[in-house]
Design a protein around this ligand. Structure first.
Ligand code: ADP
Ligand code: MG
Length: 247
C-alpha cells in the first residue's frame, strides 16, 4: 500500500515538511489534521506527484513513485480531490467525469468526449456509476457551474472515484460547507466511498474525522506530532495544544 519514508520539503527558506513517515493501511481511512500551513496539502501534492520530495520516498505497493509525474501516479492508482475545487465549469456534470477518465489532454478533449458518448464507450457507464455513488446522477446534464459548492465537491469525488483508485486522497472534502452539509458528505464518505477502499482525508472538521477515520495523523509545523486511533490521538496534550488550542 502507500507508504511515506522520511519525506521532507523546503520552499525557499521555509521547511514545510520534516522527515514524515506515514503508512496507509489497506482498506482503511486515515485522517490527516493540523493547523493551517502545517504542510497537509504539500504532503498530498508530494503523494500525487505535483512535485517531488527534497528527500525521502513515497512507495506504492513497494514501488518508489517519488519521482513519477502526476499523470503517471494517477495511472498507477492514486486519485485525489482538490482543496480548491477543479472542475470544468462549462461542461456538464457527466462530461466532467468522463473527462477525468479520458485524461487531461485538453486539446482533444471535446472530440474525445463526443466520440465516447456516440460510440457507447464503457467510460460513459463508469462515469454514470461514479455519479450514482455520490448521489449526482439526476444532475448529470446540468452544467457543472450550476452546482452549489457541496455538490461541486461531490463531483470532484466522482471524478476521482471513476478512476477506481487504489488510494483515494480527499483534500478538505467539507471545505466551505455548513454543519448540515458537512454531516451529509461525512455520511457519504463513510457509507459509500470508504468501504473497501484505502483513503486519506485531510480535514479540519473533527466531527467528520471522527465519523470516517480509523487512523489519524497530526502535523504541526511540518512535523508529525501524533498518530494512532483517532480518539486517543485527539486526547493527547500535545495535539490539544497544537491543534485544538489550549483550554
Ligand atoms: N508551492 C509553494 N511555494 C511556496 N510556499 C508554499 C508552496 N506550497 C505551500 N507553501 C507554504 O508551505 C506551508 C504549508 O502549506 P500547505 O501545505 O498548503 O499547508 P496546509 O494544507 O496544512 O494548510 C505554508 O506556509 C505555505 O504558504
Ligand atoms: Mg491545505
Amino acid at each position: 500500500m502507500l507508504e511515506l519514508q522520511g519525506v521532507s520539503k523546503t520552499f525557499g527558506e521555509l521547511q514545510v515538511l520534516r522527515g514524515i513517515d506515514l503508512h496507509l493501511r489497506q482498506g482503511t481511512v486515515s485522517g490527516l489534521i493540523g493547523p493551517n500551513g502545517s504542510g497537509k496539502t504539500t504532503l498530498v501534492n508530494i503523494i500525487t506527484g505535483v512535485y517531488p520530495p527534497d528527500s525521502g520516498r513515497v512507495l506504492l505497493d513497494g514501488k518508489d513513485i517519488s519521482r513519477a509525474s502526476a499523470d503517471q501516479i494517477t495511472r498507477l492508482g492514486v486519485s485525489r480531490s482538490f482543496q480548491n475545487v477543479r472542475i470544468f465549469n462549462r461542461m456538464s456534470v457527466l462530461d466532467n467525469v468522463i473527462a477525468a477518465l479520458i485524461g487531461h489532454d485538453k486539446a482533444g478533449l471535446t472530440t474525445l468526449l463526443g466520440r465516447a458518448k456516440r460510440t457507447g464507450d464503457p467510460k460513459v457507464t463508469t462515469a454514470r456509476q461514479a455519479l450514482k455513488t455520490v448521489g449526482l446522477l439526476e444532475q448529470r446534464n446540468l452544467s457543472a457551474s450550476e452546482l452549489p459548492l457541496p455538490l461541486r465537491r461531490r463531483l470532484e469525488i466522482a471524478r476521482a472515484l471513476a478512476c477506481d483508485p487504489k488510494v483515494l486522497v480527499l483534500d478538505e472534502p467539507a471545505g466551505g460547507m455548513t454543519p448540515a452539509e458537512t454531516a451529509s458528505i461525512s455520511e457519504l464518505i463513510r457509507s459509500r466511498i470508504a468501504p473497501g477502499r484505502t483513503c486519506i482525508v485531510i480535514e479540519h472538521k473533527m466531527d467528520l474525522i471522527s465519523h470516517v477515520c480509523q487512523h489519524l495523523c497530526v502535523l504541526n509545523h511540518g512535523e508529525k506530532i501524533a498518530e494512532g486511533d483517532p480518539r486517543s490521538v485527539v486526547s493527547q496534550p500535545e495535539v490539544i495544544e497544537a491543534y485544538l488550542g489550549r483550554v
